[in-house]
Structure formats: C-alpha cells, structure tokens
Design a protein around this ligand. Structure first.
Ligand code: ADP
Ligand code: MG
Length: 258
C-alpha cells in the first residue's frame, strides 16, 4: 500500500529475513517482509521492543546483510555488491540519524557534519566540504554554533547536528531509528518539523518510533510484530509540526504579555 503509485520505488523488499545465529539458538528477528517504499514517502515503523525494527533498519541501511529474501535500493540488488560497492552506495544514497545522536564528542559541530564527506566518492574538495557543512548546519538553525562541541549543546541541538550530518551528502533516503527517543516533547516536535521539511523537499524518510504521537507526523505507518508487518496504513490526518510550533510560540508570547 503506498501513497505514490506513480513515483519510482526507492526500496523494494521481497520476503526479507534475518536470523541471528548465536550459539545454540537461532533468533528469527525479521521473518519475510515484502513491501515497497516510493520516492517522497515518510514512513513510521512501529512495534514493541524486540519486534525487529532495528534489525530491519540495519538491513535497509546496508549495515547488515539479510539472511533471506531480496532488497533493491533504487533498483540495485544489494546482495550482489561487495563491501566497497556497499559503502559507496550507502554514502551516496543514505543518511542516518540515531536515538543517541552518535556525534564525536571532542569535535566541533562543523567537523561532525564534514565527516561523511571524507569517505565520499568522488572526493569532495576541502573548500566545498566546508561550504556544504555550513549550509547544512544553517538549514537546521545552527549557523551560529559551528565551533561548539556536542557537550556544549542541548539534546535537540545535538540531534540537529546529526540531521545536518545525514543531509550533507544529499541522500535520497534518510533512515532514523528513534530520533526523538531522548528528547522532550517540545524538542521532539521541532525535530519532526525538520523531518517534515526535508520530506517536502523530496527526501524519502523512514523512521522507527514507539510513540504514536510521533508516528502521527508521518504519511504512512507500518506496525511490526515478531519480525513481521502486521499493519501498513496511510495516515490521512497527519500532524503538522510547523503549525503546532507556531501556535505554541504564539501562546507563549501571549502569556508573557499578560
Ligand atoms: P526492536 O528494534 O524492534 O526492539 P531488534 O531488531 O533490536 O528489535 O531485535 C529483534 C530480535 O532480534 C530481538 O529478539 C533481539 O533480541 C534479537 N537481536 C537483535 N540484534 C541481535 C544480535 N546482534 N544478535 C542476536 N540477536 C539479536
Ligand atoms: Mg530498536
């Protein structure tokens, strides 16, 4: 089920499976998932802890190989690629955002955002690296924090650095695993606002969350249980973060005047 049947598919999964072999027991973390995701979708993946969400995301991100089924990323069959080809594809097509931000601690915001370009092929000239990193940080409202280290910034600001880092190679798809999991409600809405903006600019977003309030900002909601998809629905009445933040800001202004 998909919102944009006429747009190209960026992700095609056929009976995708992952079994972890740890000593005596096999854990079937993902058991045969078949689905398509089209360009421009904004998908939430929900489900209880242990239902296989992160395992699925790791395979989508080419960080882990499936043990069964097929995965086509932008038409390319992932199983046929060697390590180097995988790294190149990942670098060119995908951006990652994690719950715990995964920033380098003793490194400035600017350098954190430049990092993915060091591995880029073809190599980006140094001056352009800097320009692109500055532009990405400005886009997430951190143009005045370029030299700050993560420890000097709030959780929301750190996640915005991580989003800038995910964007700096102009990915087609952003994969986010519980990106608001460590953030308060207001900051979570701000982060969802950035994701909605990115999505409107054409980037496909796939986001794991266990909060219905957060999934409510997405266009499509997939629910997993025991390694399988148990529901897959379009979210017709989605929330709009920008509008909500405008209302919150207005209410705060009014409260201050009173
Ligand atoms: P979720 O992200 O939905 O909480 P996970 O994908 O992390 O779920 O885990 C799904 C199942 O796979 C769980 O039973 C978990 O214990 C198991 N699992 C996850 N990663 C590994 C691993 N590296 N080795 C063995 N088992 C794992
Ligand atoms: Mg998880």
């Amino acid at each position: 089920m998909s919102a944009q049947m006429d747009t190209p598919m960026v992700i095609q999964l056929r009976e995708l499976a992952k079994t972890y072999r740890t000593g005596e027991v096999d854990v079937k973390a993902v058991r045969g998932i078949t689905l398509n995701i089209h360009r421009g979708e904004f998908v939430a993946i929900m489900g209880a802890s242990g239902s296989g969400k992160s395992t699925l995301m790791n395979m989508l991100g080419c960080l882990d190989q499936p043990s069964g089924g097929t995965y086509l990323l932008d038409g390319v069959r992932i199983a046929g690629l060697n390590r180097k080809q995988l790294a190149t594809l990942r670098n060119r097509k995908l951006g990652f955002v994690f719950q715990s931000f995964n920033l380098l601690a003793r490194t400035s915001a600017l350098e954190n955002v430049e990092l993915p370009m060091f591995y880029g092929m073809p190599l980006v000239p140094l001056r352009e690296q800097r320009e692109r990193a500055v532009a990405a940080l400005k886009k997430v409202g951190l143009g005045d924090r370029l030299g700050h280290h993560p420890s000097q910034l709030s959780g929301g600001q750190q996640q915005r650095i991580a989003i800038a880092r995910a964007l700096v190679n102009n990915p087609d798809v952003v994969l986010a695993d519980e990106p608001t999991g460590n953030l308060d409600t207001r900051t979570s809405i701000e982060i969802m606002g950035f994701f909605q903006e990115l999505n409107e600019s054409g980037i496909t977003i796939i986001m794991v969350t266990h909060e219905l309030d957060i999934a409510a900002y997405c266009k499509r909601i997939i629910v997993m249980r025991d390694g399988q998809v148990i529901s897959d629905t379009l979210n017709a009445n989605r929330r709009h973060a920008r509008q909500e933040l405008d209302i919150l800001n207005q209410a705060e202004k009014t409260a201050k005047l009173a």
